[in-house]
Design a protein around this ligand. Structure first.
Ligand code: AMP
Length: 286
C-alpha cells in the first residue's frame, strides 16, 4: 500500500501564511494549529508537515516528503538539484549586495579585498567568483544587516523585498545577486512513481494561482458596438456573447487580467457597456 502523500511547508516565518492561504484557496481542508507538526488533509490523501524553512529542501530530496514549498533562494543555496515544479508568485524578494549608505562603495568591484557578511554563502561566492572579485565571505546565520555596524564586514549580501530594513540599518543596495520567490518542489522518485497524484496537486495549485491573477467581467451593451468592445476584451480565447431579451442588446462575458480591470472600465463604458460586473474567479484550469 502506498503511504499518504506528504507536503513539507515552513512552520515559521514569512512563507507560512501565504502558503497556508494557497492550500486553503486550492480547496484543501485541514487544521493548522500553532504548534502542530503535521496536519491531516481531510479531503485529499495528503499530510502537511510543518518544518523549518531551511529544512524543506532536504526533506523533499531525501523522500521524507514527496512535495515541499520553500524559497528559491534556499534551493539554490543548498546546491540541491531537487526538481522544481513551479514558482508560486509570493515570497518575492531579491538577494542583494548592500553597503553602508555613507561608504564610498557603489559597485561590487569596489568590494575587492574586503569582507562580505551573508547567510547565503554559496550564492554570494558564486556571484563574486563569477565577476572575479576577490572578497572574504563572513558566514552569519541571520541578521547580516548589523554586520557593518559591528565592524564584522564592509558589505552584506542579504534578502530584501521593500528595502526598508536596509534603510533602517543605514544600508543601501548596490547590486542584485539572485531573484527569489516561493517554489513548489517534488521528490525525484515520487515524480516518477506517483506522477498522477502529484500532477493533480500541481493542477489544483496552478488553477488557484491562475484564478488569483484574473477577474470575470460581465456587461450589457448594444449589439451594434460588439466589435469595438471585443477589441478591448481578448478573454481567454474570445469573449462570450449572449443575446438579451431587450432587442438589439447583448451581454458580454470575459476573463481579464486583474491588474487591467481599473484601466478597462472607463474604456468599456466609453464603448457603450453598462451594468458592468467584476467577479472573482475561484479556479482557472486550462
Ligand atoms: P523566514 O523563515 O521568514 O526567514 O523566511 C525565509 C524565506 O522567506 C527566505 O528564504 C525567502 O525565500 C523568503 N522571503 C521573502 N521575502 C523576504 C524578505 N524580505 N526577507 C527575507 N526573506 C524573505
Amino acid at each position: 500500500m502506498t503511504r499518504r502523500l506528504r507536503l513539507a511547508i515552513p512552520n515559521k516565518g514569512r512563507l507560512v501564511e501565504p502558503t497556508i492561504s494557497l492550500l486553503r484557496d486550492a480547496g484543501l481542508v485541514f487544521e493548522a494549529g500553532e504548534r502542530a507538526l503535521v496536519a491531516r488533509v481531510q479531503n485529499f490523501d495528503l499530510d502537511i508537515l510543518f518544518v523549518r524553512t531551511n529544512d524543506v529542501v532536504e526533506f523533499v530530496s531525501d523522500g521524507v516528503a514527496e512535495l515541499g514549498v520553500t524559497g528559491l533562494d534556499l534551493v539554490a543555496e543548498s546546491g540541491s538539484d531537487v526538481p522544481q515544479l513551479r514558482t508560486l508568485g509570493y515570497g518575492k524578494c531579491r538577494l542583494t549586495v548592500a553597503v553602508p549608505s555613507d561608504s564610498p562603495f557603489r559597485a561590487a568591484e569596489d568590494l575587492a579585498g574586503l569582507r562580505v557578511a551573508t547567510s547565503h554563502v554559496r550564492l554570494t561566492k558564486r556571484f563574486f567568483d563569477g565577476r572575479s572579485i576577490p572578497v572574504d565571505i563572513i558566514p552569519v546565520s541571520g541578521a547580516a544587516e548589523v554586520a557593518p555596524r559591528l565592524g564584522l564586514a564592509e558589505a552584506i549580501v542579504d534578502l530584501v523585498s521593500t528595502g526598508s530594513t536596509l534603510v533602517v540599518n543605514g544600508l543601501q543596495p548596490i547590486e542584485d545577486v539572485f531573484a527569489s520567490e516561493a517554489v513548489l518542489l517534488a521528490n525525484a522518485t515520487a515524480l516518477r512513481d506517483r506522477a498522477d497524484v502529484l500532477d493533480s496537486i500541481q493542477t489544483m495549485l496552478g488553477a488557484t494561482l491562475a484564478a488569483r491573477d484574473r477577474k470575470y467581467l460581465m456587461m450589457n451593451a448594444p449589439a451594434a458596438r460588439l466589435a469595438e468592445l471585443a477589441d478591448l476584451l481578448p478573454g481567454l480565447e474570445s469573449p462570450s456573447v449572449i443575446p438579451l431579451a431587450h432587442k438589439g442588446m447583448i451581454a458580454i462575458h470575459s476573463v481579464v487580467e486583474a491588474d487591467q480591470v481599473w484601466s478597462l472600465l472607463p474604456r468599456l463604458k466609453a464603448a457603450g457597456a453598462s451594468g458592468i460586473l467584476v467577479l472573482p474567479i475561484e479556479k482557472l484550469a486550462s
